[in-house]
Ligand binder design. Sequence first.
Ligand SMILES: [Zn+2]
Length: 234
Amino acid sequence: MRLSRFDHLAMSTLLLLALALAGKGWLDTHPGSNPWAPLNLNDPPGWATARKIAALRQDPGECRAVLTRSAVAFAALEPAGEGSCARPDRTMLTAFPLRPERPPTTCAVAAGLTLWLNGTVEPAARELLGVGVARIEHLGAYSCRRLYGRGSGPWSEHASGNAIDIAAFVLADGRRVSLLKDWQGEDAKAVFLHRVRDGACGAFGTVLSPDYNAAHRDHLHLDQAARGFSGACR
Ligand SMILES: [Zn+2]
């Protein structure tokens, strides 16, 4: 049987239609890789997630809408501070397992922490250490200071509450995994810490770990500086 030109056209159109439908079906079930899907921090991260998180850094209103859409418990606090340490955007995650207390941060940091816990920290703990994470210990978020506490030079992202330093994870069975004690080596705790460092790179603009320098030997520095799409991650 010979196909007419019309038959060829009809078959090609049907094939394209089938491919488009299959693609749409895949995107519907992988919202993290769908650039058009509204960001939900409970969805597994995909290749479009980091770009959507980056867009929240300059838009606290949209960021809070994302927290609400993701059913994240948070409080929008009054602005505080002035000059280089002004904090117009103070957002507190009211149910996040941060210790010793839950510090206010920018909304973008709050969104990054939520995505990181759901998409990386909790799954990595269950897979590599057999239980979930009960608490995340931090060393502080807001601190009105310049980089490395110097007397001059650029201000730290901590000065606007746009950063947080993470020191350790306490597992549901009471085990503690700390950057200071467990980063080196190849056991499950070290693999977990490297996995969560790498995962943070998709949720934050800048991630600095013990690999970066000695000043970070005991914590992961996570910040949401608007340095464009790809910040430092090491
Ligand atoms: Zn820091």
